[in-house]
Write a protein that binds this ligand. Structure first.
Ligand code: SAH
Length: 347
């Protein structure tokens, strides 16, 4: 792999050993890379000749913040990063009582096709590399100037559709010589790729798994989430039960409440029935209006929440941050793409 920042510490140590360097150089380079240096020149404790060699063999890519929006309401910061190949992705920095959190993207675009989501409108362009995920955390932290303590994989893309790279990213960001962010401070959100959930269960990671449920019945879920035609909601619930059995970790279920689509009492009752035996937490999300979609926010969110609670479930309504800056998934990238398109059209 010629992307040094995606290498684990043992791999990096081996890369440098193969270049005739002593073993300790691996850790030195790893530490610098994970501090977010922008060039090899900054690696002051390396000999000049080695810095030159690294520079010519392993070009160091650094994402550029091409747009940055700061919410006047709550200080949330949204970044549009341009990657080395010109593609753009988004990250969002949020201040919560439990710590500063960065929401990162895992792919350029998404191929899951959810009807309410802006990230998937133009499909998937490519997967992100582990270092491109790490860079979002690293350069957000450096730019904001505050320590990031939590990460959520809830930006653009489906993390379980890029699982190998995501697992490598987790290993990197968790490393004591790197950002050292504990697994318990990381959440991963999936639209329900069952094989990925089963693989995660085997790995017994301490992270928090979030599942985008959005409907408990086959008919509704298949309508708004095409992934349900590949992995049906009952198969998904089975995988969730097994995940809880294996890891003992409570799953968080995301539920964007859509007017007249998934906000009926019978659907709340069905959720309760299907979660029996597992301490689920339902995170109700007021639907963000996406201009391209006819779906609208539910007018009976409070009633739906009450119905879930009546069954003894924990149901919370997600506090929305950055309402003034297109802070939800994919909206900023989408806007930038449209503007670029308009620019081309008018030429
Ligand atoms: N692909 C992953 C992670 C990215 S989306 C997943 O599907 O979970 C992060 C969350 O935002 C998901 O729960 C997704 O369904 C939700 N989401 C997407 N568009 C939304 C919208 N317009 N309003 C509310 N939530 C939305």
């Amino acid at each position: 792999m010629c992307d040094l920042k995606s290498q684990t510490l043992p791999e990096l140590t081996e890369t440098l050993r193969a270049m005739g360097e002593p073993a300790f150089r691996g850790r030195q380079v790893f530490t610098w890379l994970h501090k977010g240096v922008k060039s090899y020149e900054e690696m002051r404790n390396l000999p000049g000749s080695l810095r030159e060699k690294l520079k010519s063999r392993y070009p160091l890519a650094v994402p550029q913040a091409v747009r940055k929006q700061i919410s006047r309401l709550d200080g949330t910061v949204k970044y549009l990063w341009e990657l080395a190949d010109g593609n753009c992705i988004e990250s969002v920095f949020m201040r919560y009582r439990h710590g500063n959190t960065v929401c990162i993207s895992s792919q350029v675009g998404c191929r899951m096709g959810c009807a309410f989501c802006a990230s998937t409108i133009a499909g998937k362009v490519r997967d992100l590399t582990p270092s491109e995920m790490l860079d979002q955390v690293l350069f957000t932290q450096l730019d904001v100037g505050e320590t990031v303590s939590n990460i959520v994989l809830m930006g653009i893309g489906e993390p379980l559709d890029n699982l190998d790279a995501v697992l490598r990213f987790l290993e990197l960001v968790n490393h004591p010589d790197g950002m050292n962010i504990g697994m318990r401070h990381i959440s991963l959100s999936t639209c329900g790729l069952v094989p990925g959930i089963r693989r995660l269960a085997e790995l017994q990671l301490q992270l928090t798994l979030s599942v985008s449920l959005h409907a408990p019945d086959r008919e509704t879920r298949s309508k708004i989430m095409p992934v349900n035609r590949a992995y049906d909601v009952d198969e998904l619930f089975d995988a969730c039960h097994d995940y809880f059995q294996k890891t003992g970790r409570r799953i968080s279920f995301e539920y964007a409440v859509i007017d007249g689509v998934n906000d009926h009492d019978w659907q709340a009752d069905l959720i309760a029935r299907k979660l029996k035996g597992m301490p689920g937490h339902i995170n109700l999300i007021p639907l963000n209006d996406v201009a391209e979609s006819p779906l609208r926010p539910s007018r009976r969110l409070a009633a739906f929440q009450k119905r879930l609670e009546h069954h003894g479930l924990t149901a919370t309504v997600r506090r929305s941050l950055g309402g003034d800056i297109d802070a939800s998934c994919g909206q900023l990238r989408r806007k930038a793409m449209e503007e670029a398109q308009k620019g081309e059209d008018s030429q």
